[in-house]
Design a protein around this ligand. Sequence first.
Ligand code: C2E
Ligand code: CA
Ligand code: CA
Length: 601
Amino acid sequence: RGVRDELGKRVIEGYIADISEQVLAHRRLAELELRYRSIFDHSVIGIFQTTADGHYLAANPALAKLYGYDEPAELIASLQDIATCLYVDPQRRDVFKRIIRERGFVSDFESEVYRRDGSRIWIAENAHMVMSQSGEVLYYEGTVEDITERRMAQEQLQFQATHDSLTGLPNRNLLSDRLERAISLARRNGGSVAVVFIDLDNFKFVNDSLGHTVGDQLLQEMAVRLRRSLREADTVARYGGDEFVLILDSFGGPDILKIALDRVVEMISEPMELEGHELRVGCSLGVSRFPDDGADLPTLLRHADAAMYHAKNQGKGQVAFYTRQLNAAASERLRLEGALRRAIQSDEFSVVYQPKVGISGQVQGFEALVRWHSEEFGSVSPVRFIPLVEEIGLMLPMTEFVLEAACREAMGWRNRRLGPESGISVAVNLSATLLGEPDLVDRVRDTLRRTGLPARLLQLEITESVLMGDVDLTVRVLNEFKTLGLSIAVDDFGTGYSSLAYLKRFPLDVLKIDRSMVTGCECGGDALAIPRAVISLGHSLGLTVVAEGVELPEQRNVLASLGCDEYQGYLYAKPMRPEETIAYLETKTARSEDRAVLSEP
Ligand code: C2E
Ligand code: CA
Ligand code: CA
């Protein structure tokens, strides 16, 4: 400053301070700020500062970009209320604030948020509170990361772990979750839960004969049908192979449940076309219920499974409910299985023969029926053990045994010149699953050659359900059989689903009317309508019509008046041991010779 000195002259007085330190400090601060600014501006992670009441104080370009804005300023101006504008779930902001209040920070706080264009992404936030000296909340600051991809990968993994990749249905893992939820709900409101075990009837056959691609498509179609036949809230899961499990809750009483499940059976057995093959698949359903039959998944499943086996044994397309008796049956089945596996080696199978008789009493042929006399169980009915034979994969050896025995027997009748000039035929039952066996026709040809039986004296009986399987394959195999010279009968006609028109497609010779249609036909009325239609249809297709299970003369008379060609049943004879057939044929032959003599002029 200007001052006067001791002589009164004007002089300037001052001092000099060394501020290098300060200048440097400032510069450093500016640089530092610039550096932080640069981190803020160039960070690939979103960075923000927001007020407690939900306004942005600052946002970096990365955050703007993440949320779909061109500039941070734009984001700050648009997102006026974070709770409602940003979070898909508006409660999320409250949770965020609560955690930060309690702990001072949040870490890896995952939320779904809206971008500017309305699309959704998943973010993870790490943030903390900034406080003033006096302890008030100034603002929150933190970072935001886009974790949409990670989240999707996680969800995908989760989905894969809990769903079946082929059908997209829940798998076993998810099943127990769903059941637990249904059970705890039922506990709370006193309701019940049904667990339904579904097994497809012809799946193995389709899979083996048409290949896995068609098998897979079939399972996918089944998944769609099951889904469609149930309510949204019901669970449809793939349990493995061709097994599905349903969980149904609050279904009302068992009657209503039964109606719903009958509808499921109906939808499953609708025909379908896969890669040019027309297919129909039957199924069997077993049901167990919480709380009556069990309170956890393993128990309920085991009981539903036992009920399913029971349904299977009752025939195609059945729905069976679990009862306590079934449990005992299931463990017996296991023992039975073991005994059956040993049956072939230990010579426990034998074959009996039941005659088929023409209208004037002449024997046309015999049906070969397998018998099992088990050391452990005594005589077991084929109705019980044939399904087991099928299941444990013994159908081929067992059938070969029956076929061989039947052909030898028929050769015996022939060598003794029993029966009519043309000879007595023998019919062997052929299970549907065997049609998929690649060298089946060769095996039959070999057996004929080995035993010397002319092919025309062998008949194969296939059940009607075969006609519901793969039509092309069936037609091809049956045609090969026809080329060998043998004849084909449709067994149990009237028990399956096949329409009459279906028969035309197959090279058949004989139609066997099932016993269920014969029983009661003597009463006339409605009970007669179906046999009448079947017989006339059979004839119009050029087939010989045989009635099974004829027990009463009245039944024979009624059927005869409808034009039925042959009769089989206890009225004529029960199935008999081989040595009995010869005595039986000898008396028959003798009688018809007597008649021939008598009728001579
Ligand atoms: P299926 O082929 O329909 O055989 C006819 C069944 O009806 C036989 O029972 C026979 O004994 C019975 N039956 C015959 N006449 C009468 C009658 O007048 N009244 C009554 N109530 N029943 C009569 P079976 O021998 O117990 O055989 C049952 C089923 O087991 C057969 O039904 C067939 O599906 C199967 N089966 C038997 N043997 C074989 C075989 O060697 N191979 C295959 N794949 N299945 C067989
Ligand atoms: Ca038969
Ligand atoms: Ca039959």
